[in-house]
Ligand binder design. Structure first.
Ligand SMILES: C[S@@+](CC[C@H](N)C(=O)[O-])C[C@H]1O[C@@H](n2cnc3c(N)ncnc32)[C@H](O)[C@@H]1O
Length: 276
């Protein structure tokens, strides 16, 4: 598979387990029918992904460039040389399927102000910015100083970058300052370090960062299975999803797209009224 296909199967634990089962079946001399059946299951996953991609709107040239440049870059050396805090990896990009989903939500929401936490090379930021009106604004936050120039120049390839503002630093500081300044966001996408999400959600819902009728999207609700595998034990993903599931003020839905996207809204914004 070409790297640029940017498929989900590389982190779906079910697929990894099926690949393991296939190898076990081959190594232990299982019947040809068993081997064929496992191969068919793996092929079906691949076909489903290709089908999903073929029906979904395709990516434009600028996104192809983001993908290509991100895959070409030597992130490992940057990290080893101390130029990035995180060992950044191309597979961290949201990619076309999720990008188109984010874009749809921005347009359905009729959002004018969007906050993107975890910029990396700007795939999610630009996907959402493309759906904003001309006077819309998207702020993308990342703690990696290195990305300011690298991602900034990639984003400038698109005219929609005029709506994008890059903030390098701590997301909670940015969020708190925004609340103090009396500004809100209509859509907030979280795609960074999950250990901080409960703190972000407090600022978003309790301190008022989210506009009335706003929406929050949290990426990696599955986190390669950490959200639901019994063997995974306690981890940041599960702490966030457990807290969210218990919060009766929120309407929540896990969208099983790529690594899972958790959509949150205030329940009062979702539950309709009964006609009198
Ligand atoms: C999964 S990537 C984001 C991918 C991006 N949304 C996209 O579509 O390509 C996570 C990003 O979050 C950033 N990050 C991680 N921890 C952070 C933190 N505590 N504060 C700010 N940014 C952080 C990383 O530098 C990385 O660029």
């Amino acid at each position: 598979m070409s790297k640029l296909e940017h498929a989900l199967s590389h982190y779906d634990p079910t697929v990894l387990e099926m690949q393991r089962a296939l190898k076990l079946a081959q190594d232990t001399g299982a019947s040809p029918d068993v081997i064929k059946s496992i191969e068919t299951a793996l092929e079906l996953v691949d076909l489903r992904e290709k089908y999903t991609d073929s029906v979904t709107s395709g990516e434009t040239e600028v996104f192809h460039k983001i993908l290509t440049e991100t895959y070409k870059h030597d992130w490992q050396s940057l990290h080893s040389d101390g130029k990035t805090k995180w060992n950044l990896k191309p597979k961290m990009m949201t990619g076309n399927l999720e990008g188109q989903f984010l874009k749809s939500i921005v347009s359905i929401q009729k959002a004018k102000r969007v906050l993107d936490i975890g910029m990396f090379t700007g795939y999610s930021a630009l996907s959402m910015a493309e759906a904003l009106p001309a006077d819309g604004e998207l702020v993308t936050v990342d703690f990696e100083k290195y990305l300011e120039t690298f991602t900034g120049s990639l984003l400038r390839e698109s005219p929609h970058s005029k709506k994008i503002q890059i903030f390098v630093g701590s997301p909670s500081d940015y969020m708190k300052d925004t609340v103090k300044a009396g500004k809100t966001f209509d859509l907030i996408f979280l795609d960074a370090d999950k250990s901080y999400y409960l703190e972000y959600l407090k600022i978003i819902f309790e301190e008022g960062l989210l506009s009335p009728r706003g929406t929050v999207l949290i990426d990696n609700a599955y986190t390669h299975g950490l959200g639901y595998m019994p063997s995974a034990g306690d981890n940041p993903t599960r702490r966030v999803t457990t807290a969210v599931a218990a919060d009766q003020s929120l309407h929540k839905v896990v969208v099983p797209l790529r690594d899972g996207v958790l959509m949150l809204r205030r329940k009062t914004d979702v539950v309709g009224e009964v006609p009198q």
